[in-house]
Structures are given as C-alpha cells and as structure tokens.
Design a protein around this ligand. Sequence first.
Ligand code: ZN
Length: 378
Amino acid sequence: MSILSVFKKKKTVSDNRAPSYSSCNGRENSGLADTRAAIDELSKVVKDIPEAVEIYLALGNLYRSQGEIERAAQIRNSLIVRPGLAPETKARALYELGRDFNRGGFLDRAVNALEKAHEIVGDSPEILTELAEISASSREFENAVFYYSKLGQPVQEAHYMSRLAEDDFNAGEEARANRTLKKALKISPYSVESWLLVLTRLKKEGSLDKFTKKFHTALSQVPVNLRFVIIEGLLAESLVFGDTPINKGEPDIERNQPFYEVMIDEIDKSDPDVIMYYYGARLLQLCSKQDDASVWLEKTLMLNQNFWLARLELFNLAQGQQQLTASFKNQLDFFVNIARKVQRFTCSSCGLKRDRIFFICPRCRSWHSITFRKELNQ
Ligand SMILES: [Zn+2]
C-alpha cells in the first residue's frame, strides 16, 4: 500500500511559494525570511485543525526543504502524539520524520522513525526505499540487499551483493565473497557490476581458462549497451566500486597480454559494434599490434563516421609517419592531449559527464544510465 496516496492529492500545497511582501526584488535573504515567516504563520493556523493534517505535514516538508530540520521534526512529533490520529496518518508523519532526520544526517534516528512507520503500515515501497537508501549510504550493504529484495528490485539487490562481495575479497574472505557473487548473478544474470567483479578477480588470480569462459558468458548476458563497462573496468585496474582514479601506475603488460588476447578474440567474434571495436583497438595497441589496431579503428568509422575517439587515435598514429617540424609537432601534441582529456562517459538521464565508469549516477541517482559518448556533441 502506498502511504503517499493520501498525500498526493494535496501535493500542490508544498509546491506553492509563500507570498513575499518584500518590496526589495531579488533580495534573497529577505525573501527567505518572508517564506519562513509565512510557514510559521500557516503552521500556527493549521496546527490544531484535524482536517488540515496534510497541509501541516506539507509545511513540515517546506521546513525540511529550507534546511530547518528541527522545526520540520517538531511538526511531525506534534502530530504523532495527537490523540485519535488515524494510523495511516501517524505512519505518514513517522515516514516524513525519518526523511527529516536522513536529510539532517541523523541516520540512526531516521531508521528508527522509518521502522516505526513500517510497523504500522507494513511493506510500503516508499518506506522500504528510504530504508534501502540509508543502508546503502551508510555502507550497511547487507541491509540494503534485504530491503531491495523486499522491494523486488533485482538490479539494486545484485549491486549491493557485489559490494558486499568486494568488501569480503578485501578482507580475505574469498569463499564467502564468491558465494555472494554467485547468488548476485542468480538474482540478476545481467548485473554488469557482478560480472565485472567476477572477471577482475579471475584476472587478478591469473585463471585464464576460467576467465575465457566467464568473459564469453558475461558479454552475452549484460545488456548490449553496457558491455563496454566490463572492458573499461578491466582496463582500469582498480577496485570495481572504489574511487581510485583510473589507469594509475604502469599496467603489467606481460601479465595482462593473454587476458587482452582473450578479450580481443571475443570482441572479434561478436556482432559489429562501434564501441566494442574501439576497445578492441585499444587492447591491440596495448599488445603492441599497432597495424591491427588501425584496421579496427577504421572499422569503427565505417559504422559511425562521427566517432571522434577513433579519429583522434588514427590521427595520432598517422602523426608518427609524417615529417613534422618540432614546433608543428608541439602544437599538435598539445591538441591531442587536450582531446584525450575529454570525458568519455555520460549519464543518459541527466547528462553528467565523467571519465570513470559508474553504476549509479552520482548526480541524479539513476541506475545503469551510463553511456559512451560516441559523438562529441553528446
Ligand atoms: Zn544522471
């Protein structure tokens, strides 16, 4: 049951701006003071009117949006203790109180209020989502897994199982980590982060045969538009969920080469795809096969002639074959280096650009919204 349903009808209340009596247009501080005074006045008026409970709650949300957590919480608490209050309204007040505390960074109190709301109305998606997100942000991945499983959201559930597994790997709990990963892939066979973690571990262990089989399965399972995430993640040589910058330190080419060859072979066998051919070319370059790399880069341009990264790499490769003056070469290197710094990934929901892979957009919190910028104006 949705506890928001009773509330949504009157949602416009919280969207309305309080009237401003200030004659000084654009003076933010005085506008803010007016808004707060208006909320105060309205709160006093509706405080004891039973029919105005929803408006009263909406005013609490207004306080919260202004960062006035204490006042928002006061409103919820004065409702919660009101005699004869309908259980759904009490649950609603507790839910909003939980959100207030979450916004204020009091996570324990937030969980406490949300759990009380949960006791009253049971598995409401709003409450479970709030609890799942708090668990995730406080790194309590086991709880996050529990709530996302209740919500029936396998992508999220598998994500936090993989995070649990990575923590276990780092703590030396290999067997448990492997069991968790296996479960994650059972819950969501197309979980790109789970596959990436499996493959990263096999590569680290040097298990080439297992890697070959799993890489093939991974490419066939994950959504086509997310396959590049696996290769990018494997090239990054960092923690799957860590924030360490990519390509830090010298990669061990001799050790990596057999794995790169397996990946090239698999890409070669799969359906033509601009991004996959581009990664194939990058892998060939890492294996010092420059001529083959050029052929693959040309192949990407046959599929999409605006694919800027291929043009950049081909241009760079061609540079070596030209007789250039030192000054000319200097200018060219400058532009090539700048172009290489262009962020290659973007969120399809909000347009955020990044040079590191992400599974949840850091800005709009969309899941698996990462795309590769095939064209520069993307
Ligand atoms: Zn986004």
